[in-house]
Structure formats: structure tokens, C-alpha cells
Design a protein around this ligand. Structure first.
Ligand code: ATP
Ligand code: MG
Length: 143
């Protein structure tokens, strides 16, 4: 089964300018940490790369709010590293890296294995493994 091996974030929300890597393993993952330490921001990062079109669903007013508030940060870039050892993605690679970048003007671009691709290409690719932008269940605090 396809699973996410690693999340890489640069310039995203509280994660700052330098690249931050969150390694994941197969199966159940639990992210723990003090209040306000960025746990939910990781879930927001996932929704973002999976093609979310509602900034509010990522707890932002507008897309540019996803960018780290540091003065010099011009964009936010998130990559999800999917394990593809069973070739569920129709891509001849053991690893599929899906990246989405958002710029200050709110525009975003997508990449697959570092190559720029259209949003619809990325959504088609994700749908091959049963992932759709609204196919996840996020239960917020208090719900
Ligand atoms: P809780 O335990 O309260 O649910 P959490 O670990 O889920 O907290 P998050 O909601 O992921 O925490 O992170 C909140 C932090 O992210 C806040 O300090 C907020 O200021 C910060 N943050 C959100 N957007 C940005 C941004 N664009 N730039 C910098 N920091 C940001
Ligand atoms: Mg939270």
C-alpha cells in the first residue's frame, strides 16, 4: 500500500525558512507536542499538497497566509515522499515525490519528482491510489 515516508517543509507556517523534514513510517502515526508547537500545521501541509483549494480548510484566511511570516520568505514549499515500491502509482520510480509551492500572490505550482506538472496531472496521479483532495477526514479540536 502507498504510504507517505517523509514530509519536507520550507517556509510553511510555523516551520520557518529552513527546510524541515518529518519522517513517517508505515501504518499509524501519532504526532505529539506542546500547544502551538505545529502539530496541526503538519496536517495542513498534507491537505495543501493533496490539492486542497480552500485556504480555510488549512486554517488560513488566504493562501499567502500559509507562508512563514519571516520577512524574507517569498514562498512555501511542501513535498510529500510516497513509497511506491509496489508500483501503485503508474510511475516507473520506487519513490514518488509530490510538491506544491505557493507564492505570495497566492498562485501555486505543482511538481512530481521535481518536474513541473499541472494540477490536473497531480490530481489524476493521486486518484490512481485513491487519494482525492476531499477524501481525507480531519477532525478539528472540539469536534
Ligand atoms: P494545539 O496543541 O494548540 O492544537 P498545534 O501543535 O496544533 O497546537 P499549530 O496550530 O500547528 O499548533 O501551530 C500554531 C502556531 O503556528 C502558532 O504559533 C501560529 O502563530 C503559527 N503559525 C501559523 N501560521 C503561521 C505563519 N504563516 N508563519 C509563522 N507562524 C505561523
Ligand atoms: Mg492543533
Amino acid at each position: 500500500m502507498v504510504y507517505i515516508k517523509k514530509i519536507e517543509m520550507k517556509g510553511f507556517k510555523s516551520y520557518g525558512e529552513t527546510k524541515v523534514t518529518v519522517p513517517l513510517s508505515e501504518g499509524f502515526t501519532c504526532i505529539i507536542g506542546p500547544n502551538g508547537s505545529g502539530k496541526s500545521n503538519i496536517a495542513d501541509a498534507l491537505l495543501f499538497v493533496l490539492g486542497g483549494l480552500s485556504a480555510k480548510s488549512m486554517r488560513a484566511e488566504v493562501f499567502s497566509d500559509l507562508i512563514y511570516t519571516g520577512k524574507n520568505t517569498q514562498y512555501a514549499e511542501i513535498s510529500l515522499y510516497f513509497d511506491n515500491s509496489d508500483n501503485k502509482f503508474p510511475v516507473d520510480k520506487k519513490e514518488v515525490v509530490i510538491t506544491r509551492i505557493v507564492f505570495k500572490d497566492g498562485r501555486s505550482i505543482y511538481k512530481v519528482n521535481k518536474k513541473k506538472e499541472t494540477r490536473s496531472y497531480v490530481l489524476d496521479l493521486l486518484s490512481e491510489v485513491g487519494i482525492t483532495p476531499d477524501g481525507t477526514n480531519f477532525v478539528g479540536r472540539g469536534e
